[in-house]
Design a protein around this ligand. Structure first.
Ligand code: ZN
Length: 162
């Protein structure tokens, strides 16, 4: 047999919380509930419409235009180049990752200019060169990355220059 204390506890646990605590239960009258619906629920923002997935669905053109503008922006181009470098590194199982700020620091080291300066160099350090090519075991760590112009980067291809 359980003790009287245990029985009291069991009994208490079966009672509604507000009875145990002596709370007064307030229920809305139908009129109050109707007013609540009208004043609060009707003004609640429509979560369905606010969800980003539904927003994108309803504003396809607007979102596409925004994405095009972002991809064409200087920052968008840099992020695209970094993503591309990461993708190529992953394909080769090469180690290393480089954040946007790390890449910007690397670029600043070269004054934002192409480091190769081969014939036909445009000087603009817009592409990411892997100094030791990924195909030759180079990594994607910032230390292996330098800015190069598209012309030099294409010319260098998978050769080592240093
Ligand atoms: Zn160049």
């Amino acid at each position: 047999m359980s003790s009287p204390q245990a029985q009291t506890l069991l009994f208490a646990s079966l009672m509604p919380r507000d009875v145990i605590l002596g709370w007064e239960t307030k229920r809305m009258t139908p009129a109050q509930r109707a007013k609540y619906r009208e004043t609060y629920l009707s003004k609640k923002p429509d979560q369905e419409a606010l969800s980003s997935r539904n927003y994108r669905k309803a504003n396809k053109e607007k979102v596409a235009a925004y994405q095009r503008a972002y991809a064409a922006s200087p920052r968008g181009k840099v992020i695209r180049a970094l993503t591309e470098a990461k993708r190529r590194a992953r394909k080769r199982n090469a180690a290393g990752e480089c954040s946007l700020s790390q890449w910007e620091a690397r670029k600043a080291m070269w004054g934002g200019e192409c480091w190769l300066k081969l014939a036909g160099c445009t000087k603009a350090g817009t592409t990411i060169d892997h100094v030791i090519p990924l195909s030759k075991g180079g990594t994607n760590w910032p230390s292996n990355l330098r800015p190069a112009c598209p012309s030099c980067n294409g010319r260098k291809f998978n050769k080592r220059v240093v």
